[in-house]
Design a protein around this ligand. Structure first.
Ligand code: ADP
Length: 300
């Protein structure tokens, strides 16, 4: 029996891609797609040629996070063309192929695997420095299939995104063990939503009245700071939102022998950037999370 023709076709197709990185998470909603999107924006801003492939077939959020909602994929004689944010940042997602973004995609494993195979075989990326693959949460069909299909071409490694709570970390351990079993190197773990941090002046301040009502005293506090303590206006206030008394992702990474890449706080500006489909690095609009993301990306 000769080599699998699909694997040969994928290897040929991806021969022009230098590095392939998977972005994984144990649970949904921890910020995996946000990280994939911002990583891709950042690599493109560093003048790399970048492709972002979204294989989260049941919940594709990448088109929105890249500001590409409502766009279509085109066929050319070279294959499916990614949708481009800029000339060096192309995106492919099932989200581009759904007639109605509100419609649920209810597919069983084989059909999902078929689409992933087609994405890998038929998308014409051209020369890429990085292909970032945003996977669905967990370790299911899509993960096994992407690893098997990319085996011949090699995967550089996986980045695992988590929040600091133990409930999320339990699933990260599974993710790390999945990577070890299938022979994918863990490039590192990112702890996202690691405390809430934002400029003092962006907070709302409330006072509980004696009757138990909350009174908004934001203007009073801000006025006070402006008049009496202007130097405090520039402070960033942080609060631990989730319980990380167990040591969070950093301790878990140490225990599991995988690199810890860093922490990204819960940052309303980052959430806004993701909602609006733009880079959090551009225009210096995320003063709190952009430096954290930058440090993580530089470690890769
Ligand atoms: P996942 O891909 O893990 O399901 P998402 O990336 O879709 O998670 O993130 C879930 C929601 O949380 C999104 O609305 C996103 O904008 C928001 N979010 C993610 N990370 C942060 C953060 N560090 N600060 C603020 N909001 C965030």
């Amino acid at each position: 029996k000769g080599p699998d023709p699909d694997l040969v076709a994928i290897a040929e197709r991806l021969a022009t891609v230098k590095h392939k990185i998977l972005v994984l998470s144990g649970k949904g909603g921890v910020g995996k797609s946000t990280f994939s999107a911002q990583l891709s924006f950042a690599l493109a801003a560093m003048d790399f040629q970048v492709g972002l492939l979204d294989i989260d077939i049941c919940g594709p959020s990448i088109p929105k996070m890249l500001g590409l909602e409502g766009q279509d994929v085109h066929q050319s004689n070279l294959g499916w063309s990614p949708v481009y944010v800029e000339s060096n940042l192309g995106v492919m997602s099932i989200g581009f192929m759904l007639p109605n973004p509100d419609e649920a995609v209810i597919w069983r494993g084989p059909r999902k695997n078929g689409l992933i195979k087609q994405f890998l075989k038929d998308v014409y990326w051209g020369e890429l420095d990085f292909l970032v693959v945003d996977a669905p949460p967990g370790t299911s069909d899509e993960h096994i299939s992407i690893v098997q299909l990319l085996e011949a071409t090699g995967i550089d490694g996986a980045i695992i995104v988590t929040t600091p709570q133990e409930v999320s970390l339990i699933d990260v351990r599974k993710e790390v063990s999945f990577c070890k079993k299938v022979g994918v190197q863990v490039l590192g773990v990112v702890e996202n939503m690691s405390g809430l941090c934002q400029p003092v002046m962006d907070f709302k301040f409330m006072r509980m009245t004696e009757t138990g009502e909350q009174k908004d005293v934001t203007e009073w506090v801000k006025e006070y700071l402006r008049e009496k303590a202007p130097e405090l206006q520039n402070l960033i206030a942080c609060s631990e939102v989730f319980d990380s008394s167990g040591g969070g992702a950093e301790k878990m990474s140490r225990e599991m022998g995988v690199p810890f890449l860093g922490k990204v706080p819960l940052d309303p500006q980052l959430c806004k950037a993701a909602e609006e489909g733009r880079s959090c690095f551009a225009d210096k609009k995320c003063p709190v999370s952009a430096p954290a993301l930058k440090m993580i990306i530089e470690k890769l």
